[in-house]
Ligand binder design. Sequence first.
Ligand code: NAD
Length: 503
Amino acid sequence: MIGQSQTVRAGAGVAEPAPVARGLRHLIDGRLETGTGRFVIVSPWTRQVVAETPVAGADEAERAIAAARRAFDEGPWPRMLPAERAAVLHRYADLLAEHRDELVRIAIDQAGALLPLAEGWQTGAPLVAAHGYADAAASFAETESTDISGPPMSGQTGVRRVRVVQRVPAGVVTAITPFNYPFRVNVQKVFPALAVGCTVILKPHPTTSWDAALMARLAVQAGLPEGVLNILLGAGPETGEALVGDPRVDMVSFTGSTATGRRIMELAARTVKKCVLELGGKSANIVFADADLDAFFATDPANLKHAGQGCGQLTRLLVERPIYEKVTARLAERMATLRPGEPLDSGTELSPVANAAQFDRVLDYIRVGREEGATLAAGGAVADPTGFFIEATLFTDVNNRMRIAQEEIFGPVLVAIPFDDETDAVRITEDSIYGINAAVWSQDLEKAWRVAGAIRTGNVGVNCLANVTAGPHGGFKQTGVGREWGRWSLDEYIELRAFETTG
Ligand code: NAD
């Protein structure tokens, strides 16, 4: 049964065996399916199996696409009154909220989230957003009419003309999501797409599709019509590519790495599909010598949130030379004291990375940083081999051309780069293929805003951290295409259609 698993670490390095969640099912064409194959979800805290899912392959992908297409072309969902769709979505959001504790536990067990993160960012915020999208479904304006009488292009004069612009759902949407914030990103795609009348095939990351299994079960209980939401568990890149390339799919909404985003865009280009791509980042945290350092340090600039696994995390620390030594020494001192803790202990600050592949990848980047000649000022080793714990790691004497400064590491690794002045800070920040987030710290507000305005990123915080949940959230350059959260998400899932007539 879902939700019985709870990882409990009983003292230093000792883990109680957790009951494994079995019987998780795909949702295809309104039916929950046991499926075939077996993918094991491993707890990042203990490396123990906590859940098993079936593995969706070509057959499941084919049936899910057919179901979503049929539901869009012939089913009631896109044709319902907005208020009717809203009622179903509110019911669905209510059911998810009733399972909040289970979702929190899943976020801890499958993604390695600490309790406060699991309760807030991973679960609480998306549950609120789900109701917000249900509200938006009710008030979704489908048409706007404009009187465009005047000298028309057709040469007809003196004839009244009216143009009606209609907002229509984009169609069948393939939604593909990453491992770091699984439930959050699933909700972030499924609810706005459904709210405007699209039908959806959701493919979460195989290592974190446990919450999606719960979403599947509750979608049936909520009474979503057949084929409107299809959820495929345990599926990897091959199934993902089938869901992107198929000509019956109208749109792809993807969150994941820039490398996968490029591949998805290539596949989508073959049938000229609309794409929303929320990809990687290497965001700058820019600290001028005149910054209020107490305010800066109060934001915990060590890149520890979710063990550094966030697209918008500030992973390049840019410090003006006069205070570079002071700031990095204070950070290194703090980071060196951090030790792995219990997931349910709200005081724990160092959590594991989410899976074995990520664990190896981050350790490899630490090796690269050493080889490139950066100074290891803190961390750099495995913190506890019981789980996927890596020490909070700080590299100093980093040059922005190093791989550790250019590539997204997606782990608890911070690189600190000195800069000379305002121009240099902007130049280093912009010397990146990414453009998702940034923060600027200076008590000279004119300078701070000048720098903020010169940076090409989707979010910028001035003497604070930007709250990406407020939306619009997304990025410039190779961070992707499109914006999510709030009303901006809704706009991504619609097409505009204009009708014109006389009289
Ligand atoms: P990933 O690209 O490896 O995988 C993401 C999803 O794509 C998974 O479901 C995976 O199974 C699927 N996939 C992989 N190859 C595919 C292919 N060829 N065709 C179709 N699907 C394929 O990313 P990840 O490692 O799960 O997540 C980490 C990345 O996600 C980081 O780069 C991070 O910055 C990014 N991210 C971005 C945002 C944002 O809003 N910009 C938010 C969260 C995470």
